[in-house]
Design a protein. Structure first.
Length: 422
């Protein structure tokens, strides 16, 4: 089944997945950052104060996600989505009505928990749980909402803010999110759309139906520690690099105008790699590709560090987009392959929490290094040094038969070369 056939057969679920990831943008850093200048002006705050509020809210959100996110294993997905939407809308309205500074971190907490955390969690959990043979395609299509939101929403929000003001734009955001999600969930998403593709949802391999997997058991498993470094690194590095992208451009001596073009290249590369990953996962399993997807990220950072030419920005953005896009599909599918589907909400909420936490740690750590005067000459090699052991340990996830097959092919090629060296 190709993408067109899959969309034709599962259009409602595909729209639901893309809708939830795209609307999660209202709780993501790249959109909330647009409101920072207005917060500084209206509340007489400093940049460090706003970033501290944001960081604290993100860390608290990460700590709450495992407890809240696992409820999707016991609460039907439609009421869970509606409840999350009300939290999201209330947070947006609270943000717009803020008159004292302490309301800002409370609003940030709701937006980070409901938007960045739970909306993405709902989307990918639904795609992972209700699809079996075409899980890769389902996850890839749903993940397209992220680059879609990044490409479209910032420009629209800036125009809306310019016309009606920043507070009023938040009212509009809250109204649109509530209206779109509630109408779709109540009137378009039917029970027939929420039937597992592969039949009844089973527990993970080796676990009896009577035994419940606790989150502490998940954290203690070898599969968790195999995935954890990869899950942590991507949002850690990308958030830090995007947060200080102007500083990077200044370090390289380039014009700031190159950033917008680079981000477009990043979005296109990410979308292409997401769509490429889906059929490959369905055919060969995610484990087969797990060790490889971070390698383009390594060369992206290496190229940005050592190549002085302007074109290295595009190489950097394209390679990073390929890694992030492919990795988002790979990691989501691997969580099902490693832990099964019955307790997927508990599993995904832990990893989503880790991703949210790492997105707060990245900018903070980069900021400390830069403030210490070490500069990007230190940040880039630190990222590379971290990446190498993560890539190496990822090969432990590769199926044994795949490694044996590659070794066999290598020996055949080597033998042919020895016979016909020319």
């Amino acid at each position: 089944m190709n993408y067109f056939q899959f969309i034709r057969a599962n259009g409602v679920m595909v729209v639901f997945g893309i809708m939830m990831t795209a609307l999660s943008s209202f709780g993501q850093t790249f959109l909330l950052a647009l409101y920072v200048p207005f917060l500084i002006s209206d509340f007489s705050l400093s940049n460090s104060s706003v970033s501290s509020f944001y960081g604290i809210a993100t860390i608290i959100s990460a700590s709450l996600l495992p407890k809240v996110g696992k409820l999707i294993d016991t609460v039907p997905i439609k009421p869970f989505t509606i409840a999350t939407t009300f939290l999201f809308a209330i947070s947006l309205l609270t943000f717009s009505l803020a008159t004292v500074w302490w309301v800002i971190p409370i609003s940030f907490l709701g937006l980070r928990l409901a938007g960045q955390g739970l909306y993405s969690h709902i989307s990918i959990t639904a795609m992972s749980r209700y699809f079996e043979e075409n899980r890769g395609k389902a996850i890839s299509l749903a993940s397209l909402g992220h680059p879609l939101g990044q490409a479209i929403l910032p420009a629209i929000i800036l125009i809306v803010i310019g016309i009606i003001g920043w507070r009023e734009s938040l009212w509009l955001n809250a109204g649109l999110v509530t209206l779109i999600v509630i109408i779709f969930t109540l009137f378009i998403l039917k029970d027939k759309h929420l039937q597992p593709e592969g039949g009844e949802i089973n527990v993970s391999p080796g676990v009896s139906k009577e035994k419940k997997i606790r989150q502490r058991d998940i954290i203690r498993s070898k599969e968790f520690w195999l995935l954890a470094p990869n899950v942590f690194f991507i949002p850690f590095a990308t958030t830090g690099l995007f947060f200080y992208q102007i500083s990077i451009v200044e370090f390289k001596g380039w014009s700031e105008g190159i950033i917008a073009i680079g981000l477009s290249a990043y979005a296109v590369a990410g979308s292409v790699s997401i769509l490429t990953a889906g059929p490959l996962i369905d055919r060969y399993r995610a484990k087969t590709f797990f060790p490889w997807y971070l390698i383009p990220f390594f060369f992206a950072i290496l190229g940005l560090w050592v190549i002085p030419n302007t074109w290295s920005m595009f190489v950097y953005m394209i390679l990073m987009g390929l890694s992030v896009g492919f990795g988002s599909a790979i990691l989501a599918a691997l969580q099902v392959e490693f832990f099964g589907k019955k307790y997927l909400g508990s599993v995904r909420s832990i990893f989503t929490s880790m991703m949210v936490l790492s997105s707060a740690v990245g900018p903070a750590l980069y900021g400390i290094i830069l403030d210490a005067g070490w500069g990007w000459e230190m940040v880039f090699p630190i990222n590379l040094v971290i990446l190498v052991p993560i890539i190496i340990q990822s090969f432990r996830a590769m199926p044994r038969f795949t490694r044996a097959k590659w070794k066999f092919k290598y020996k055949r090629i080597k033998a042919r070369w020895q016979i016909h060296p020319s």
